[in-house]
Write a protein that binds this ligand. Structure first.
Ligand code: KG4
Ligand code: ZN
Length: 344
């Protein structure tokens, strides 16, 4: 049979997801990608409640997986392996997908591949375009903000990380202070667009710039989060709130660009093949995508971001990381543990 066909399972946060991906000489092909979002279950609490998330994964995982299999037009004999997120994340949820994956692998005699959720995000851009390693990666999600040199699956090194909050966390917390719902990133992006449509000006809000004196590629968003949350209390009109949202989005984009620029300069010294990839939920933000694409072009890097559907959490990226691992013989023991923390 041509290539490897892998079922991926993702349950590390608030989406129950299953997907079938085929990896062959022609690249990655998504045969199905099913996502059940729990946003409605958590909305009333303004964030993800781990206990509710784990219970919902238990209820949904079998149905979501069966749908992914049937949409791919496969029965279990068409699979070469089962991949499941084994961390990092909310461990009660991780255990649901990982245990289900173990049961499926055991019952069907298939290899099990435990996948690091961050490694899934790291390969996600390969779902939309044929991409060769190595590349420079900015991974920006709700829980992580890192710059990585990616040489291949399971072979990456970190150039910088956040010393406090992740960029997505800053979006979510500031959105909450502005009275927007969860998740805050997309809501804040919408509000910021309103500012521009009405000719607003976010520059009247002064926001702190973090770690200005440092020469490394680390990030910090807690100062921005605190300052913007305080400014949100002073907003009187809808236009004030929209202008502040615009200022926040620009400040986050600017910090991401500044650190990425440092990383690009260092990376370019050691690499002929220059590709810059941005992935993770925050990569769905159009202002941020555009800012980073311009920056990449300026520094002679090709630019790639995953298709929108694969920026936020999904199982196709887990299936692909699983297939790439399987191709290298990197499978897991059946007693592999779920890990709440698991740095790349
Ligand atoms: O990758 P992801 O789905 O989950 C994690 O692994 O964390 O990322 C979720 C994060 C949330 O913080 C969400 O607010 C943010 O990504 N996000 C956005 C946008 N869409 C999602 N942030 C800014 N603009 C967006 N359009
Ligand atoms: Zn994620």
């Amino acid at each position: 049979r041509d290539g490897l066909t892998v079922l991926g399972l993702e349950t590390s946060c608030d989406e129950t997801a299953a997907s079938v991906v085929r990896l062959s000489a022609a690249g990655a092909q998504v045969l199905s990608s099913v996502i059940h979002s729990q946003i409605d279950d958590h909305a009333a609490y303004g964030g993800v409640v781990p206990e509710i998330a784990a219970r919902s994964h238990v209820e949904m995982i079998d149905g979501v997986t069966r749908r992914a299999m049937s949409e791919a037009g496969l029965d279990w004999s068409g699979l070469d392996g089962v991949a499941a997120t084994a961390g990092p994340g909310l461990v009660g949820g991780v255990m649901v997908g990982l245990s289900y994956g173990k049961a499926a692998a055991l019952a069907r005699g298939l290899p099990l591949i435990a996948v690091n959720h961050l490694e899934g995000h790291a390969v996600s851009a390969r779902l939309g375009a044929e991409t060769t390693y190595p590349f420079l990666l900015l991974l920006v999600s709700g829980g992580h903000c890192q710059l990585l040199e990616v040489r291949g699956i399971g072979d990456m090194s970190r150039l910088g990380t956040t010393i406090d909050d992740a960029a997505g966390e800053a979006f979510d917390k500031i959105a909450k202070a502005l009275g927007l719902g969860y998740p805050g990133g997309p809501a804040l992006e919408k509000l910021a667009a309103q500012s521009r449509e009405n000719g607003g000006d976010g520059s009247r809000f002064e926001l702190p710039r973090a770690l200005l004196g440092r020469k490394d590629c680390d990030f910090s968003f807690s100062g921005l989060k605190t300052a913007a949350s305080r400014l949100a209390q002073t907003c009187e009109t809808e236009q004030d709130r929209a202008d502040l949202a615009d200022a926040v989005q620009k400040a986050i984009a600017r910090q991401l660009a500044e650190r990425s620029e440092r990383a690009m300069k260092a990376y370019a010294e050691a690499h002929e093949h220059r590709l810059f990839v941005v992935a993770g939920g925050v990569a769905a933000n159009k202002t941020i995508r555009r800012t980073l694409e311009d920056l990449a072009t300026k520094h002679g890097f090709a630019f790639l971001a995953p298709p929108m559907a694969y920026c936020t959490d999904n199982a196709a990226m887990i299936a692909l990381a699983g297939a790439e691992r399987l191709e290298k013989g990197l499978t897991s023991d059946i007693d592999v543990a779920a890990r709440p923390r698991w740095p790349l």
